[in-house]
Write a protein that binds this ligand. Structure first.
Ligand SMILES: CC(C)(COP(=O)(O)OP(=O)(O)OC[C@H]1O[C@@H](n2cnc3c(N)ncnc32)[C@H](O)[C@@H]1OP(=O)(O)O)[C@@H](O)C(=O)NCCC(=O)NCCS
Length: 203
């Protein structure tokens, strides 16, 4: 997961975002900029979603070792208070249990002239998937990247991860294939690219 950065959207934006996801939905799900105090909630989403998504894709021993405590000990989210330039994190929140998803975006960590922005991480708890939160999180990252002059974006995903369908649904095209370090081993990954972020926002 890439480093993150808190960038406060204005209140009006928040309110709109609050209404955007299934307005009237009792659980009041909405997306907002992440705050340092969201660290533990984000780590819980990270750990639980890795276990529900990657069983059979990454080594069992890696998944079994993942805990919220080990994530926090390794500094997960410690950057939320003082982030690197142009990096932002957003959380999806529900009345219960609080943080149910998050995404991080910023400059592409690989030198890449074609895709200067990157969606570094996105996770939504299994029981909250399929309700538009993923799309809303990506929209927040895309708006943030556009605000910082990035009109294109890349995102790496494990080749065997069925969430690839999500990126394709949002108009992403496969632009790279590489075997990369992941989960303590090396696994085949593909990168989805968006040449024009404003088009992603209008989908
Ligand atoms: C991938 C993920 C972030 C998507 O978030 P989500 O909240 O479930 O997605 P949304 O409800 O916003 O879906 C947006 C659209 O994508 C489609 N979609 C979502 N997941 C999909 C999938 N796996 N395959 C095909 N289409 C998918 C939805 O049907 C929806 O289509 P619509 O606009 O026609 O209604 C979420 O499922 C997740 O966290 N998965 C596990 C972790 C993971 O793989 N993260 C990415 C690591 S690279």
């Amino acid at each position: 997961m890439g480093p993150g950065h808190v960038r406060s959207l204005d209140l009006e934006e928040d309110a709109k975002a609050g209404d955007a996801v299934e307005s009237g939905d009792r659980s009041n799900r909405h997306v907002r900029p992440a705050r340092p105090e969201d660290r533990e909630g984000m780590a819980r989403v990270h750990v639980e979603t890795w276990k529900t998504t990657y069983r059979g894709i990454v080594p069992d021993e890696h998944l079994d070792r993942l805990t919220v405590e080990s994530d926090l000990r390794r500094g997960f989210g410690s950057w939320l208070g003082a982030p690197p330039p142009e990096v932002a994190a957003f959380v999806a929140e529900a009345r219960e249990p609080g943080v149910v998803g998050f995404a991080v975006g910023g400059p592409n960590r690989d030198e890449d002239l074609r895709f200067t922005g990157e969606l570094g991480a996105i996770y939504v708890l299994k029981e909250h998937q399929g309700r538009g939160l993923g799309r809303e999180l990506v929209s927040h990252v895309a708006r943030h990247l556009l605000d910082h002059g990035h009109t294109s974006m890349l995102c790496w995903v494990l080749e065997a991860n069925t969430s690839r369908g999500f990126y394709e649904r949002l108009g992403g095209k496969v632009v790279r294939r590489e075997v990369r370090p992941a989960a303590g081993t090396r696994l085949p990954e593909v990168a989805y690219g968006w040449d024009d972020l404003s088009r992603l926002l209008s989908r």
